[in-house]
Every structure is written in C-alpha cells, then in structure tokens.
Write a protein that binds this ligand. Structure first.
Ligand code: KIV
Length: 264
C-alpha cells in the first residue's frame, strides 16, 4: 500500500468514514500515533504551550516547528504529517509564505501545511499550485487571541456563523483539502460539513464533523487542565510523577541500582 495522499481524505468523507487526527511533537509520540492507526498527525503549534512551556502559541517560530516536525517524521516515516504554520510565517507576503511552507515539506518531510483563518485566497491558491496541500483552520484561532480577546467559542451569532460558512466555502474553492473547525457550536459544525465537499475536522465543534482532532497532551492527561472539548484517555501525568517519585526514593534508599542493573 502506498503512502496516503490528500485524495484519501475526500474519499473517507464521501464514504462517511470518520477521520482521526492527533497532534504530536516528538518521534516516540508520532510512532505511537501511527501504531494506533491515527489517520493524520498534526505537528500543531500548540506544542509551544504543551511541550515548550509558553503561555500562548505566538512565540513559536519556523525553526521550532521544523525541528519538531523532523522528529515526528523520523518517528513515523509512513504517516501523513501536517505542519502547522506558526505565527508570522505566512503573514508577511505570499512569496515568503510559500517559501516557508516549502521548507515544511522539503526540509522537514511534512505532507501538508495548516494555516489559521480565512487565509488570503491568493496564498492558498499559490500554495496548492506549488504542490503544497493546505489544511484550513477556522473558528477559534489561537494565533489571533490578542485581537479576538481570548479563547472563546466562535460563530454563536447568525452573522458570525454565515461569515464562517463563507470562509469555509472560499477555502474549498481555493483548493484546501480539508478544514479544521475549532470551538464552533455543534450546529455550525454540522452546517459547514453539509455545505462542503471536503472534510471538516472538528475540535470542540461537535460530532457532526467529518473527523476529529485532539491535542495529544490533553487526551493523555499531560497538560494539567483538560479543556471541555477534550477527553482524558489516560493519566500519564500522574503516572510520570509516581514513577519519578519511586525512582528518587529507591536511589535514596539504596534499592536502585540492584544486582540486575549492575555490570560485573
Ligand atoms: O496547534 C494545534 O494543536 C492545533 C489544533 C488545536 C487543531 O492547531
């Protein structure tokens, strides 16, 4: 079987088969996601908050994203990997944006890029005609929290919902292969899914989307606070703390290293 290409996701949508996407930022995370049968690995700029300790995604740079995407690619050579274009990497002119997106594929081995917002139609078209598949991202846009005034549900009014539907349609027309819908009311998630031919991938946008995406650290209990739209499938944070406390205690009590950990 060959590697997945973007056309596979449209077929999945037509066949009403849900698409599963999760974030990853390291080789072992990517290997686990691929082994678990996840369809798309997103190297999301949320790694700035989950892995790098920033309080928002704004400080994340191209170099950081390339570094993490290379690790993900090494961990899952066969996976379909999406590179999340970081803040200011696609806002300062189309040529620079295309060059940055090109680096994601050429240097880091990504298969596609994700852009937040009702992106400049010319940019989406230029990327797609340059051979760079584009995943759109509408609704709550973490890179715009300064102008949006915080992390809030988007599209609650009729006007806001209509605007989002128009942006989703434009992304489809310009050639995006799918659209992430972040924190929009479930009815709007369903509406966008109905009007588009390309898949919608929801996060906090209800079960009516063509697929779902979650931040790995939220669903594994590693991010401290689980957002309403996420579900914790394991408490790895607690497990890690307990394991490290056991290790510290065994070293201090002379239990570790034992005979079997010692070279004769
Ligand atoms: O960066 C990220 O993790 C994302 C998802 C929330 C879709 O963009």
């Amino acid at each position: 079987m060959g590697k997945t290409t973007v056309s596979a996701f449209s077929k999945r949508r037509e066949a009403n088969e849900k698409i599963v996407m999760v974030t990853a930022g390291s080789a072992p995370e990517a290997a686990a996601a691929f082994a678990a049968g996840i369809d798309i690995i997103l190297v999301g700029d949320s790694l700035g908050m989950t892995m790098l300790g920033f309080s928002s995604t704004l400080p994340v740079t191209m170099e950081m994203m390339l570094h993490h995407t290379m690790a993900v690619r090494r961990g899952a050579p066969e996976a379909f990997v999406v590179f999340d274009m970081p803040f200011m990497s696609y806002h300062c002119g189309i040529d620079e944006a295309v060059r940055n997106a090109g680096r994601a594929l050429q240097e880091a081995g990504a298969d596609a890029v994700k852009l937040e917002g009702g992106a400049d139609p010319e940019l989406v078209r230029r990327l797609v005609t340059s051979g760079i598949p584009v995943l759109g991202h509408l609704g709550l846009l973490p890179q715009s929290i300064q102008t949006a005034g915080g992390y809030k549900v988007v599209g609650r009014t009729e006007a806001a919902a209509d605007k989002l539907v128009a942006e989703a349609r434009a992304l489809e027309e310009d050639g995006a292969f799918a659209v992430v819908l972040e924190c929009v009311p479930a009815a709007l998630g369903e509406r966008v899914t109905r009007v588009l031919r390309i898949p919608t991938i929801g996060i906090g946008s209800g079960a009516g989307c063509s697929g779902q995406v979650q931040v790995l650290y939220d669903i594994l209990g590693l991010s401290g606070r689980v957002p309403k739209h996420a579900k914790c499938y394991a408490e790895l944070g607690d497990l890690m703390r307990r394991a490290l406390a056991d290790y510290a205690s065994e070293v201090r009590n002379g239990v570790f290293p034992a005979e079997e950990n010692t070279f004769k």
